[in-house]
Design a binder for this molecule. Structure first.
Ligand code: IMP
Length: 193
């Protein structure tokens, strides 16, 4: 089984990615590696993803991939974007962010939004990037209790359940991170053939 580090402390994401990549890969996350929080100081998703992957390679000398995700809301000129994790301020909770988003969008007719994920992979010292995107709308109220982050207010196009109402398999099959991770998976599988 191939071992590869996923540079995240987020257990939700770890579970999602383990389910997507399947049993051929042993995915180690940052707590399992004993790695502290890695700074994310870039102003792009790609820059942050690369920063996290590079940190692991430099400090632990392991192959690694990292992801960074942003929610881009059309009527807010693409905000919160790369700042999605701390939209309501440093140290804020998922609920703080969702409440701020709903307050900012109160009364807005254009509710279009998308999630974008960039995955940076460093394998044998070389860098590779994969991207995934899902489009939808921001509901005026929260629905559902599963998932994390902005899931309770994001209704993906073509579906009548929010990400927080869907089971994990359905979310993974259409989500930004699912799409980016499947590209990563295809790339890894091709390399091993
Ligand atoms: P990260 O940098 O990839 O951790 O993502 C930044 C922020 O985007 C997170 O703190 C969440 O608030 C949000 N986010 C990322 N992925 C998802 C998702 O799959 N659903 C809902 N929110 C997400």
């Amino acid at each position: 089984m191939k071992e590869i580090v996923f540079a995240t402390h987020n257990l939700h994401k770890t579970d999602e990615v383990r389910a997507i990549l399947g049993p051929d890969y042993h995915i180690l996350n940052l707590p399992e590696l004993g790695c502290p929080d890695i700074p994310e100081t870039a102003d792009t998703l790609k820059g942050n993803a690369l920063q996290k992957a590079q940190y692991v390679v430099e400090h632990y000398h392991r192959d690694c991939f990292a992801d960074d995700t942003g929610l881009e809301v059309e009527a807010l000129n693409g905000q919160p974007g790369v700042y999605s994790a701390r939209y309501a301020g440093e140290g804020c909770s998922y609920q703080d962010n969702v409440r701020k988003l709903l307050a900012e969008m109160r009364g807005m007719e254009n509710r279009r939004a998308c999630f974008k994920t960039v995955v940076a992979l460093i394998l044998d010292g070389k860098e590779y990037f994969f991207e995934g995107r899902v489009d939808g709308i921001i509901l005026p109220e929260q629905r559902g209790t599963d998932g994390f982050g902005y899931d309770p207010v994001f209704l993906p196009d073509g579906h009548d359940q929010t990400f927080a109402e869907m089971d994990a398999t359905t979310k993974n099959s259409i989500s930004h991170r699912g799409r980016a991770m499947r590209q990563l998976q295809e790339f890894l599988m091709r390399r091993e053939q």
